[in-house]
Unconditional design. Structure first.
Lengths: 160, 160
DNA sequence: ACACCACTGAGCAGATTGCCCAGTGAACAA
DNA sequence: TTGTTCACTGGGCAATCTGCTCAGTGGTGT
């Protein structure tokens, strides 16, 4: 779906001040409350806004080490490996990518030493042929969405 | 910081039903409203809960293609490359990892063809020596935090 | 001309929030 | 033991917001 400029402003406003209410948003944006309500409902039912879950910082939880593991999977073992990895709490995300049956796995650990334990648990499964791990040092651009939202909002404006 | 079992239940409850209020939470958890308030304030000021921003789905915005680019950076060009990548809306995340001056870059694009444009823009910068890209096919475990929160909550219980 | 759609501005009852207070019980130090 | 600190409880209060409804307006497409 395409979002227009008002949708974009709603999302950006929401991202900057999550605790803001519908009423205050309508005041800031200069539109009626019902309009903001309707836009928000539409954005959510379209799946553009998935939800408003709390953004938890693993580091603050005691898991300051992040790493990415690239896994090579034995033919046909994909589903089993996924099920295995889903049971490991330290696996925050799992993606399958192009290439020779590869998976990319985002991990966290309590320390570099603890990372060894996590990796052992991750790769301690039959279907995994090989694993290579890269430890994250810095995070110059933390996961963000606002620039993309603004881009998408502008795109829908082009044909005006 | 360590979180206890009640903190864990608050976060999980919040993750499952983000629109829930403090009052309703206190009812579900069987504690006083003030307690939930205080816990939430503490979790936020400790940085465990960073915020409640909207979770936007790039695919629903018209960017269904996700890819990871591994970049090799020329010595000393790191800061410039970061600044460059920060200006590209399709760059959702940028991390520096162990290895030979490597960066890992999460990208989205409107299509596989559009991905070429994005990559060209990403690598069209002097400090980048080499780039290799992996396109994401599936996402068996979408970015999650609940299992880790439950783990952390249990860990704090061990010594009881 | 007509129907459709989104937006506006308003009103209403009900629920929630932020804030305050005093009392209780547990942990801890002197 | 006594005293202090701290977190939690349960209550109350005014102000605010929400979900809902309604009629009126303007633009678009048939």
């Amino acid at each position: 779906m395409a979002i227009d400029h008002l949708d974009g402003r709603i999302i950006v406003l929401l991202a900057r001040e999550p605790r803001i209410g519908v009423l205050e948003m309508s005041r800031r944006l200069g539109v009626a409350r019902g309009t903001v309500q309707a836009r928000l409902d539409r954005l959510q039912s379209n799946g553009v806004i998935r939800g408003f879950g709390p953004q938890v910082d693993p580091a603050a939880l005691g898991y300051p080490v992040t790493a990415f593991a690239t896994l090579q999977i034995r033919q046909g073992q994909g589903p089993d490996v996924r099920a295995h990895l889903a049971t490991v709490p330290e696996v925050l995300e799992l993606l399958t990518t192009t290439g020779s049956g590869d998976m990319l796995c985002r991990l966290v650990a309590r320390s570099n030493a603890d990372l060894q334990r996590v990796i052992d648990r991750v790769v301690g499964f039959d279907g995994i042929v090989r694993a290579s791990t890269a430890i994250v040092m810095e995070n110059p651009v933390p996961l963000r969405i606002i620039p993309l939202v603004e881009q998408a909002a502008e795109d829908s404006r082009e044909g005006i």
